[in-house]
Design a protein. Structure first.
Length: 312
């Protein structure tokens, strides 16, 4: 009986030596678990920090993208405005070219519009440069934005070429107008000279030269002479044909149709020159004198020199 009890107690005694290694394993496992937990916690903290940084960077990128997109929209609006100005200037330029006349106010207006477009283009280029620098500094690289910026730069280049073309057209038109002005000035001078010549010719055609005097005065001036008759009687007065221009007075019959005399009666006045009698009329004036009134200037002035003799 005693032998049996001893046999049953031996396994229990044999198990106690195994408790030491188990404890070590458990301790190692716990240390490992604690270490792993610490590492995971550190990684979690780092991941959280990275996530927050990423969210902040994403928000910053979104803000920068929105700002860039708004800037692009504003630049596009500015380019559209420049395009509208170009069309208006082109229409004015074409209109002026059609008229072949570029007045000083119109030319100044067109050149001022072109200058304003050039200034707007320069401001647009500066804004595109600022936008590119901003995108480069922020590190925002979106293909869509890059393409839009590239299109903006291309549009600006096209606007510059169009404005340069308009400027060339205006300058060419100004040169043409200057040439036309010179031609017109020459034509005006020619026309003026011709008009002056015509006026001079008309004045020459319309002018007669008259002299009024008694018989002695006319004879002394060599305009008349007495011929014929017998023994000094019955002589007639005749024109010598030697007209002394100094004694004649010009009369433009396009402006004046009256020649005044000092005679008191019509019978005291005689027209010696061969003007057609139907072309004039002798009339008494209100001041008691007699005047010759030209009633047919065309016929009257066919004889250029008018010699009137009075008995006074």
């Amino acid at each position: 009986m005693s032998t049996t009890l001893e046999t049953d107690q031996e396994p229990t005694k044999g198990a106690s030596p195994m408790r030491g290694p188990a404890r070590i394993v458990i301790a190692v496992a716990m240390v490992t678990l604690i270490g792993a937990t610490a590492v995971l916690f550190v990684k979690y903290r780092q991941a959280s920090t990275n996530y927050l940084d990423m969210r902040a960077a994403e928000e910053t990128a979104r803000t920068q993208y929105a700002e860039a997109f708004n800037a692009i929209g504003e630049i596009q609006d500015s380019l559209s405005s420049i395009g509208a100005d170009e069309k208006a200037v082109a229409l004015r330029s074409q209109s002026l070219q059609t008229e072949r006349r570029l007045s000083e106010p119109s030319r100044a207006e067109v050149l001022e519009s072109i200058a304003l477009m050039n200034a707007s283009i320069q401001r647009t280029k500066e804004r595109i440069t600022d936008l590119e620098n901003s995108l480069h500094t922020s590190g925002v690289k979106v293909k869509g934005l890059e393409k839009m910026v590239a299109r903006l730069k291309k549009s600006v280049t096209e606007r510059e070429e169009q404005v340069a073309l308009l400027t060339g057209q205006v300058n060419e038109l100004q040169t043409q107008v200057a040439g036309l002005e010179t031609t017109v000035k020459q034509d005006q001078d020619t026309i003026l000279a011709k008009n002056q010549a015509i006026d001079e010719k008309q004045r020459e055609l319309g002018t007669v030269y008259y002299v009024v005097g008694d018989k002695k005065t006319l004879k002394d001036n060599g305009l008349i002479e007495s011929k014929g008759g017998v023994l000094g009687l019955g002589k007639t007065v005749q024109l010598t044909g030697n007209f002394n221009g100094q004694v004649f007075t010009p009369l433009n019959t396009d402006q004046d149709l009256v020649i005044h005399t000092a005679a008191a009666k019509v019978t005291e006045v005689k027209v010696l020159s061969p003007q057609p009698p139907s072309s004039y009329e002798l009339r008494p004036e209100g001041d008691g004198s007699v005047a010759l009134h030209i009633i047919d200037p065309v016929e009257f002035r066919k004889i250029k020199h008018v010699i009137i003799m009075t008995n006074a």
